[in-house]
Structure formats: structure tokens, C-alpha cells
Design a protein around this ligand. Structure first.
Ligand code: AMP
Length: 417
């Protein structure tokens, strides 16, 4: 755990709001929450930053709030993007200068080995997050820019980094290490870190609550199936295995990422196809997965094509499910006893055929879905397994913003708030 070196006592008792910022390479997503009741006051995003046609979409969510606002125009960089967010919030009386704002919580993708807990951001912490850029070149630079910009806007306000890797820090060395030369691995910090940790933490806890149990009492397999996808095995509230590794490329078949492949494929592509490292990186991260297999990465479109008899879409779906099943089986073995399997994120929450196919034929493992329950569309956590099933199958909508806000507030709030 990292100990902050700067004072975090700027927060007063009536400061109960947290702004959550998720800064990507060309976008900033945000939500403002009130931690007294976890309600959302506003949400929005700035996208296509650096292009002439940047877009700001802002939704005030307070009772009686006016409708969604949208504007298009050039937003040069993250600094301008955050200023636009601040302006939108101010229009609703929720400006960044409000004394009710307790802190800003930042999603940071890679925390390396050092950051295994949410951490109050100091100059030293920021420098360390920057030092991690070589292991997360696609994500950490934007996170760092977002933090810098937010600190410039409100230098007096506590800002907290919540790391995507943190929940997986409890993985044993046997799961976290690759079987490669130890000195080389250590010199370059090569190991399995895992990602989507905020989601796996929130969803595994929420699943325990759905079962009426404390997280320490249950073993859960979490399947976070969005455009990016990862599985984790959570034993008694602690992550013991996850499918993403040094980067978010390893593991399941994803929207545009290959997931697991023989690493020798990369040498082959270099030697035989003459591709550069950057080209291979682009191929495996952006042109593979469902997109590479059938030309679509949206599960809705793939299901529609399957219904029309499209063979390529069918094969892409089958490969996706085959990999998912392999992970369910593997994590069952890792955990020994499984109390629940839970589906979350865009595909997991919405695609009933994926849930059905993923557990089909696994009755011997105590796994089944009830067709009627599986067909229900709902934004609430719910069970979809038959009554008295040995292993519960659940759908739990993820809420990374709430988890980031809660972790942030827990660090900065005065006692008793
Ligand atoms: P996420 O990354 O969690 O936002 O998930 C995005 C993905 O969820 C999309 O690319 C779709 O594949 C999938 N998705 C969203 N809504 C649906 C739906 N109603 N049915 C099937 N898949 C969906």
C-alpha cells in the first residue's frame, strides 16, 4: 500500500461529491456522484479530442435537470476537454469550484507492482505512474495527462488514482509469473498484472451480496465480456487468477483483440510476412478478435448475421464461446469449489445467447441457465440459474464509476461522513 506524502485534509464534512474521470487517448468520460446515496448528478463524455469535430455530450441527472446537451467543435487537447467538462458542470450549478466536491477519482490502467490500492496522487505518485508507461503505452499516457490537467484546474483538491490492475495484485506468484527466464522478466517487469480490476472487484462483491453472503464466503468466476473481455477467479473476495496479462491482449477472444495465441505467431509474422513490431501490435490489438474473424466486433450485429445464416459470423461466435468455456473450466479447477459464475459488461449483461452457449453442456459441473430467466432484460443484478442449482449463474451490471468513486471517497472523506 502506498502512503500519500501530502496532506489530504482539504475535505470538509459537507463535501460529499466525487468527480470520476476516465481519460483515454482521444476521449474523456466523466461522472459526478454524491456519495451520501451514491446517486449520479451528471455524466458525459468528450470524444475525438484533437480533431476538428470533437464532441461533448453532457447529461445532467439531478431530479428535474434539463435534458442532454451536445456540442461539436474543435477541442485541441485534454486540458481543453477538461475545461469543457468544467463548463458543462458549472451550467448545472455543479462546477469544479463547488465546496461540495470532495475529490477527483481517476481511472489509471496500469499500477505495476507498486500500486495495489487506490492512492492519493502526489508529484511522486504521478512520476511513478509515468515510469509505468513502457508497460502500458496505450493507456497510461492519457491517464497521466488527465491527472495533470485536473490538478492544474483544482490544485487544492485531493485527487486519487484507482488502478485497473490493483484487484489482481493478490494473485499468487504461480499465476502471476510467466514461465520465462526470471532475470529477463524482472529486469523488464514482465509478469501478469490483469486489467478490468475495478469491475471484477465490484461485480464479485455484488454477486456475493446477491447470494446473501459475505465476499469472504464465496468463490466466484467473473466473466467481464465487453469490447475488451477478461475472466477472473475470485476466492473469498481475493483475486487468484485472471485472463489478461502484461497487457490487456492476453486471454479471451475480444472485440478486436486476439486474446491467447502461440507467441511464435509473432516471430512468424515478422520472419515470413515481413511485418514490423508495430504492425503486429496493430494486427493483434485492433484487427483481430471478432472483428478479425468476421468483420464485425458488435455482438448484436454478429447475432443478426447468424440469424440470417452467415457462416463467418457463426464461426466467430463459436470460437468466442469455445475460448470462454476453456476459461470457465480452467478457473473451476483453479478454485476447486465454485459458488457462482457471473456475467457482466456489454456482452455479458445483454447477450443471452452468449450466456446460454457458455454454460451449455456443463451440467456435470453443476452449471445451467434457466431459459426464461436468461431471456429477461433488466439493469438489476439477477440470478439466471434454475432454482436449487449447485452453482449460481448470475448477471450483474458492472459499475466501474461507482467503484472508483467509493474507493476515492473512502480515502479522502473525514471520519464519520
Ligand atoms: P462494453 O465494452 O462493456 O461497453 O461493451 C460493448 C459491447 O457490448 C459492444 O461492442 C457489443 O458487442 C456488446 N453489446 C452491447 N449491447 C448489446 C446487446 N444488446 N446485445 C448484445 N451485445 C451487446
Amino acid at each position: 500500500m502506498t502512503t500519500p506524502t501530502e496532506s489530504t485534509t482539504a475535505v470538509t464534512a459537507n463535501a460529499t461529491r466525487v468527480l470520476v474521470l476516465n481519460s483515454g487517448s482521444s476521449s474523456v468520460k466523466y461522472q459526478l456522484l454524491d456519495m451520501r446515496d451514491n446517486s449520479r448528478l451528471a455524466a458525459g463524455l468528450v470524444e475525438r479530442i484533437g480533431e476538428g469535430t470533437s464532441r461533448v455530450v453532457h447529461s445532467p441527472l439531478t431530479a428535474g435537470g434539463a435534458g442532454k446537451r451536445e456540442r461539436i467543435g474543435a477541442i485541441a487537447d485534454h486540458s481543453a476537454a477538461l475545461k469543457a467538462v468544467a463548463e458543462e458542470l458549472a451550467l448545472d450549478g455543479l462546477g469544479l469550484d463547488s465546496p461540495q466536491l470532495a475529490a477527483i477519482g481517476h481511472r489509471v490502467v496500469h499500477g505495476g507492482l507498486r500500486f495495489t490500492e487506490p492512492t492519493v496522487i502526489t508529484d511522486e505518485v504521478l512520476a511513478e505512474v509515468e515510469r509505468l508507461i513502457p508497460v502500458a503505452p496505450l493507456h497510461n499516457p492519457a491517464n497521466v495527462t488527465g491527472i495533470r490537467t485536473a490538478r492544474a484546474l483544482r490544485p487544492d483538491l485531493p485527487q486519487v488514482a484507482v488502478f485497473d490492475t490493483a484487484f489482481h495484485a493478490t494473485m499468487p506468484e504461480s499465476a502471476a509469473r510467466y514461465a520465462i527466464d526470471v532475470a529477463t522478466a524482472d529486469a523488464h517487469r514482465i509478469r501478469r498484472y490483469g486489467f478490468h480490476g475495478t469491475s471484477h472487484a465490484y461485480v464479485s462483491r455484488r454477486t456475493a451480496a446477491l447470494l446473501g453472503k459475505d465476499p469472504s464466503e464465496v468463490n466466484v468466476i467473473v466473466l467481464h465480456l465487453g469490447n475488451g473481455a477478461s475472466a477472473s477467479a475470485v476466492a473469498g473476495g481475493r483475486c487468484v487468477e485472471t485472463s489478461m496479462g502484461l497487457t490487456p491482449l492476453e486471454g479471451l477472444v475480444m472485440g478486436t483483440r486476439s486474446g491467447d495465441i502461440d507467441p511464435a505467431v509473432t516471430f512468424h509474422l515478422k520472419r515470413v510476412a515481413g511485418m514490423s513490431a508495430d504492425e503486429i501490435d496493430e494486427l493483434l490489438n485492433k484487427k483481430s478478435g471478432l472483428m478479425g474473424l468476421c468483420g464485425d466486433n458488435d455482438m448484436r450485429e454478429i447475432r443478426r448475421r447468424i440469424d440470417e445464416g452467415d457462416e463467418r459470423a457463426r464461426l466467430a461466435f463459436d470460437i468466442y464461446i469455445h475460448r470462454l468455456k476453456k476459461y470457465i473450466g480452467a478457473y473451476y479447477a483453479v478454485l476447486g469449489r465454485v459458488d457462482a459464475i457471473v456475467f457482466t459488461a456489454g456482452v455479458g449483461e445483454n447477450a443471452a445467447p452468449v450466456r446460454e452457449a457458455a454454460v451449455a453442456g456443463l451440467e456435470e459441473l453443476g452449471l445451467a441457465v434457466d431459459a426464461d430467466l436468461n431471456a429477461v432484460r433488466s439493469g438489476e443484478p439477477r440470478l439466471i440459474s434454475p432454482d436449487h442449482a449447485r452453482v449460481a449463474v448470475a448477471v450483474v451490471p458492472t459499475d466501474e464509476e461507482l467503484e472508483i468513486a467509493q474507493q476515492t471517497f473512502a480515502l479522502v472523506a473525514p471520519e464519520g461522513v
